[in-house]
Design a protein around this ligand. Structure first.
Ligand code: SF4
Length: 328
């Protein structure tokens, strides 16, 4: 690992100033960034520690939603009474990720900032990776791509985003509060991540020296009926092959609100608006869920080794929706 400066920031503005001045990176839980630095994937000249900025609260908002400080740990967030009661799908998603030790260190902001675990990205011995070394090629496209994207990939990169939390935030229509040299701005979660296109080195739409200070959730119609299903190679400490966050509301015997997001299949949580719209007014039956699953997976573009994820995705969508509504 290369040597680097380490500074503690005490104000949000001060943190931004120091990252602008040093060209460094923000440091919170460090659970992904330090791994990348040890492996030589990241080599910042400075780390600006944002753990003393007082961004560790989960508070109810006047609108009936919740504001999550970006420094709240994954453990604290998943177990917070406001999250467990109003947004159980978020709690489930967070608890399905990593390990207790990692969740005790990792933060809400860092969860969204974590980078892909594509093996060619994580290991500098591989020469080809456009995300790590722009212009070098993509070794995964014709190589090991069992865990890679079905949707949203490009010729330059076929990696997925690894966050479970982001998938739940997608169906909850979260807003990401960010702060940077031009002050504060709010980014809808649907616009926070970006597809790789020909710039796969950019995972999100943050501008230079911006960082996440909070995540706001509006009131949710899905507190009663939601589910996070994560399918993976082993039951613990593994990233999703496919995951599904499903939220449904039923009134007078028909579905009145629906949101479904997939993880493990795209560079961002993947929602298909037409499939969600097609659920409205339908009775909550397995046949209706199957039709929705077909629509969601219709645009899948499998690679050489991940074709199995198409059927897996369909079954997972049906299972998540059925479990959310306790329909068999
Ligand atoms: Fe790199 Fe993306 Fe290709 Fe993986 S899929 S090797 S991260 S460019």
């Amino acid at each position: 690992m290369k040597t680097f400066e380490f500074e503690h920031a005490t104000t949000v503005e001060g943190a931004v100033d120091r990252v602008v001045a040093t060209g460094g990176k923000y440091y919170a839980g460090g659970t992904n960034l330090l791994d990348l630095m040890k492996g030589g994937v990241e080599a910042p000249t400075a780390l600006v520690d944002v753990r003393r900025l007082g961004l560790r609260d989960v508070t109810a908002t006047e609108s009936g939603g919740v504001l999550i400080g970006s420094g709240v740990t994954n453990s604290a967030l998943a177990n917070h009474p406001l999250i467990r009661s109003r947004y159980p799908v978020l709690s489930q998603a967070i608890l399905s990720g990593a390990t207790t030790q990692l969740r005790n260190m990792a933060t809400a902001g860092g969860n969204l900032m974590q980078r892909t675990r594509c093996p060619y990205f994580m290991e500098t011995a591989f020469a080809q990776c456009n995300k790590r070394n722009p212009g070098s090629g993509c070794a995964a496209k014709d190589g090991f791509n069992r865990e890679h994207a079905l949707f949203g990939a490009s010729e330059s990169c076929v990696a997925i985003h690894p966050s479970d939390m982001a998938v739940a935030l997608a169906i909850l229509d979260a807003t990401v509060h960010v702060h940077g040299p031009d002050g504060r701005r709010d980014v809808p979660i649907a616009e926070f991540f970006r597809l790789p296109g020909d710039e796969p080195q950019r995972d999100n739409t943050l501008r230079t020296a911006e960082f996440i200070v909070g995540i706001e959730l509006p009131p949710s119609p899905f507190a009663e009926h939601s589910w996070y299903l994560k399918v993976r190679d082993r039951h613990s400490y593994a990233f999703a092959l496919v995951s599904v966050a499903a939220g449904l509301r039923v009134e007078d015997g028909v579905i009145s609100a629906a949101a479904v997001a997939l993880g493990g299949v795209a560079p961002m949580p993947w929602r298909v608006a037409e499939a969600e719209a097609g659920l409205i007014g339908q009775p909550p039956t397995v046949a209706v869920f199957r039709a929705a699953a077909e629509r969601i997976m219709a645009g899948a573009q499998p690679l050489g080794q991940n074709g199995f994820k198409v059927d897996l995705g369909k079954h997972s969508v049906v299972r998540a929706m059925s479990t959310a509504l306790r329909v068999t």
